[in-house]
Write a protein that binds this ligand. Structure first.
Ligand code: NAP
Length: 249
């Protein structure tokens, strides 16, 4: 059955791969990112492949912008009943050097953002008696040096997911989290730059620690998201799936 899906942070990286995958699964996809213009490539990839997609510009941490964005999706694509909370940023630093601004920025995009978008979308899922919510956590939720802000946000998103599962289950809505390990995207490229290591060396070092012997790709995460969003996954809720090439980071 065709549903309307909303994927945040979908201009590039993991979000773009999830948007393309949900479109190929048959859903109409709202590709949301900070700037609608930056979503053009993802939208074109979907429409060129015969799918349906629109670009939506919004900061997920801005409550009014989120409400406007969801209203735009309802008007242009239909009420969203699939949501992927993927938008994210990193502002890494060791705790003693971490600024209040960097703490607030990371908590705001990940946690406040997931809260605002989910709150705005859930009414449409409850009305439909069906919904799928997938939220991006991370292996960093288990703790990661230099990422006190990000680890706290990603652990928080697991508690958020389990609570959504408890509150919304009776309306046919499932909520699950994906916790990726090392995935090759602009985000991991930025980390390599910050610590002054060439990206290829950074990937090679990460790969040595990964049991399956390779780095992850955005499509690895999109495959997991696709599963959680299927009709037949309706008995899977409140789970955290580590997609990390092994049992942990
Ligand atoms: P990415 O390449 O940096 O993409 C993140 C996207 O989110 C960007 O398009 C970014 O827009 C957008 N975004 C940032 N702040 C936003 C806001 N306030 N409102 C709307 N959109 C916003 O990152 P990624 O590697 O694909 O990561 C995607 C998700 O997976 C994140 O939640 C991340 O924490 C998680 N994750 C990634 C990894 C990894 O190894 N890459 C591992 C574990 C978890 P701009 O380009 O305009 O900034």
């Amino acid at each position: 059955m065709t549903r309307t899906a909303l994927v945040t942070g979908a201009a590039r990286g993991i979000g773009a791969a999830i948007a393309r995958r949900l479109a190929s699964d048959g859903h109409a996809v709202a590709v949301l990112d900070l700037d609608a213009g930056s979503c053009a490539d993802t939208v074109a990839q979907i429409t060129d492949a015969g799918g349906r997609a629109i670009a939506v510009g919004a900061d997920v941490a801005d409550a009014d912008a989120v409400d406007r964005a969801v209203a735009q999706v309802v008007a242009e694509l239909g009420a969203p009943t699939v949501l992927v909370n993927n938008a994210g940023i990193i502002r890494d630093n060791l705790l003693f050097k971490m600024s209040v601004e960097d703490w607030d920025a990371v908590l705001s995009v990940h946690l406040r953002g997931a809260f605002l978008v989910t709150r705005a979308v859930q009414a449409h899922m409850v009305d439909a008696g069906w919904g799928r919510i997938v939220t991006l956590s991370s292996t960093s939720a288990l703790g990661n040096r230099g990422q006190a802000n990000y680890a706290a946000a990603k652990a928080g998103m697991q508690g958020f997911t389990k609570t959504l599962a408890l509150e919304l289950g009776r309306y046919g809505v499932t909520a699950n989290a994906i916790a990726p390990g090392f995935i090759q995207t602009d985000m991991t490229r930025a980390t390599a730059e910050r610590i002054g290591v060439p990206f290829d060396d950074f990937v090679a070092a990460a790969t040595r620690e990964i049991p399956v012997g390779r780095a992850g790709t955005p499509d690895d995460i999109a495959a997991a998201a696709s599963f959680f969003c299927r009709e037949e996954a309706g008995f899977v809720s409140g789970q955290v799936l580590y997609v990390a090439g092994g049992p942990r980071a």
